[in-house]
Design a protein around this ligand. Sequence first.
Ligand SMILES: Nc1ncnc2c1ncn2[C@@H]1O[C@H](COP(=O)(O)OS(=O)(=O)O)[C@@H](OP(=O)(O)O)[C@H]1O
Length: 491
Amino acid sequence: MLLRRRARMLRWLVPARLGPVWMWKVLLLFVALAFAGQLLGVIFNKSVHPVTRSIFSSPDAQGPSLGSCQPHNHIMFLKTHKTASSTVLNMLYRFGEEHDLRFALPLGYQLGYPLPFNAHRVKGYQGPNAVEFHIMGNHMRFYKPEVEKVMPADTFYFSIIRDPVALAESSFAYYKEVAPAFRKTKGLGDFADDPMKYYDPRLRNNHYARNLLWFDFGMDHNINFSVALAKHGVAMIRQTFKLILVSEYFDQSMILLRHALCWPLDAVVSFSLNARQQKPSNTGRTSGSWVGRAADIAIVGNKGGIPQFKALPNMSLTEEQREKLRRWNALDWYVYKAFNQTFWEEVTKFGHAKMEEEVAILRTRREELARVCLKDGGKPVEAHRIRDKSIRPFQSGLIKILGYELQPGLDAVTRAACLRMIRPEIQYKDLLDAKQFPRAPAAQAQPPQDAPEADATHRHFQFTLATELKRTFLKRSPQLLMERYHFRFSH
Ligand SMILES: Nc1ncnc2c1ncn2[C@@H]1O[C@H](COP(=O)(O)OS(=O)(=O)O)[C@@H](OP(=O)(O)O)[C@H]1O
């Protein structure tokens, strides 16, 4: 009796809770279809349209129409020092790599700098026009007859300049321990007050301290200033260089460059490379670069577990000292003013409204790419915070050169494109070198040939060498090592 009642209860409960069998069948069919759909979607997306998922293949990558031009691919960029030229070179590296172009790469890391350029400094050079080179852009002291041996006749020449005061700040911070004229000073203001007290034109590496732009363009940077001479220099530059970009108007420069080269928007979107760590000034003002205090210190080593400190150079400048620096760098100041004017004449020809519109598009695109590619919204970070050692920027002197960390979890295509945008110059050159000369020995294994220890490319050699020495030597005498190699380790 009791059993029968329980059985009746069960029969009532089960169908009521679980529903009829046909309903289960329909449900199962739905689940199976949904699963198959998901599976197909994944397979389809991965194997048929992998690229459509990447932000780099969105229509925004092309930017506003360029008309019916053909992209330039014979390009010579004179990479002037401390002018944002590494950011520009990164774009050339990216474009060349993506389009399988051939670079006129240096044997080491610079094209013979600071000696005037010689064609034999190019790796793989076999005589005039024997090999087709597309892009040349590493540091060199310009010397046209030799460049013309390497680059085809239809090459587009361009370069970049920066306000000589800002350039002096950047150069001072970077080459403080390298240029004798800077080494002896207490700070940049001290140098500006009386440059002749510290400057000896005969000393190696002092070109970093006076008319560095003029020097990089291949002219005599110690010659006394006269308007006639300066005009002649400007005319010489104009004869060869079709476009001179201005670091202070970097985004407008990129728009002019993109139209001159007929390149898609993404080719000129970049993240600033080689930036110094910003510091608040003691007056609360920043000068476009950091203005530190004499009391600022950097840890330069570790001796017996005790950190070793060194004072950071004093970078602060009064308005009077800024004016003195303009006078000291009078040739550069003249060049800057002349090409700044030319630049704005070009913008007028291009159209101010159109320029504003395209700059806004460029900035939006950069923000978009930064959000996708970079950790923490693209905030530059100190080298030792970058976990991937292969993308740590080179460190010079006591100041910190910042780099970027990639956003984790990117798909392979996006990651590769993002990585290109933040790969530091030295590592990028190595990568291109290895691609162009697959069986050749690594460049950094060679002893430096180009120039003295100040040569930025040799800094990498020093870095490599010092890294090897680090374990055995640093513990015993970090200070000695710092002085010998002029740089600070980024752990
Ligand atoms: N996009 C953009 N716009 C404006 N300024 C920029 C940009 N990218 C890099 N920079 C600044 O350029 C300075 C580094 O210049 P270079 O890369 O030419 O240096 S180097 O000669 O190759 O060492 C360095 O200047 P300082 O920070 O004043 O030292 C960079 O911050």
